[in-house]
Design a protein around this ligand. Structure first.
Ligand code: B12
Length: 210
């Protein structure tokens, strides 16, 4: 791995916010692309943080400081990740489902969608089925995106779909789902319209669902 990327990776693992910012700037200075810094630096580091948590070498506080450090790096890349131009191809209501507080992946998806010209209404984390339903009624989006990072909370994607059905708005929107434990077959099983494993493919999916 390139030294500059290694540095970004290390600083995320260490949870050093200022260090991540310095390392990301240095990587940009070394002409690495925002996508490389994101995928091989920031996201690769969060994967390692997850692995260490599983091996009980890291606990929640370490995960949290790493997440904050990663977000600081992400903020620096945001302008470059959002390829400018094309306006309002469509509207997306986005949120992390009830019981789930993970928001890095969801926010990244939102950022990339905005960059591709979508208007994004980000409902945040721990979003209950009623809130998704209400947002569909108020904002009339073409798309709804749900994120879940826990095997327990991914079940709440199903209850949200049911709530949209009960409110009579399910047929007005296409629903896409994602998050580390979510799979294509799970998406199909719960009756979602699409699944994407990462933010750039989420953009391609959103475009194809329109
Ligand atoms: C950071 C982190 C946290 C932080 C979150 C901070 C924040 N602001 O988000 C904190 C410390 C709060 C946290 C808490 C917990 N966490 Co946590 N956490 C993680 C960690 C390390 C990284 C997640 C991350 O940000 N990844 C980077 C992003 C960019 O990737 P991503 O989220 O997968 O998103 C991408 C794709 O999935 C996709 N995508 C995501 N959303 C969407 C939506 C749509 C519509 C589409 C199309 C695509 C899409 O695109 C994204 C970009 O490419 C993961 C480990 C891992 N490898 O996932 C564990 C992990 C998810 N956590 C885990 C656990 C157990 C917990 C806790 C229960 C721990 C505890 N005992 O308290 C709590 C739960 C809190 C809650 N109620 O939500 C487990 C889950 C296990 C399981 N099978 O359910 C994991 C997998 C760690 C592990 N290996 O055990 N966590």
């Amino acid at each position: 791995m390139k030294l500059e990327l290694q540095r970004v990776w290390e600083q995320v693992i260490e949870g050093n916010k200022a260090g991540v910012e310095v390392a990301v700037r240095a990587a940009r200075g070394a002409a690495l692309t925002p996508e490389q810094i994101l995928n091989e630096g920031l996201i690769a580091a969060m994967t390692e943080v997850g692995n260490r948590f599983e091996r009980q070498e890291f606990y929640v506080p370490e995960m949290l400081v790493s997440a904050r450090a990663m977000q600081a790096g992400l903020a620096l890349l945001k302008p470059q990740l959002m390829e400018s131009g094309v306006k309002a191809v469509g509207k997306v209501v986005l949120g992390t489902v009830r019981g789930d507080l993970h928001d890095i992946g969801k926010s990244l998806v939102g950022m990339m969608l905005e960059g591709a010209g979508f208007e994004v209404i980000d409902l945040g984390t721990d979003v209950g089925p009623e809130k998704f339903g209400e947002a569909v009624r108020t904002h009339r989006p073409q798309l709804v995106g749900m994120s879940a990072l826990l095997t327990t909370t991914m079940q709440n994607m199903k209850s949200t779909l049911e709530a949209l059905e009960d409110l009579g708005v399910r047929s007005q929107v296409k629903v896409m789902v994602g998050g580390a434990p979510v799979t294509e077959s799970f998406a199909r099983e719960i009756g979602a319209d699409g699944f994407a494993p990462d933010a750039s493919r989420a953009v391609a999916l959103a475009k194809s669902l329109l």
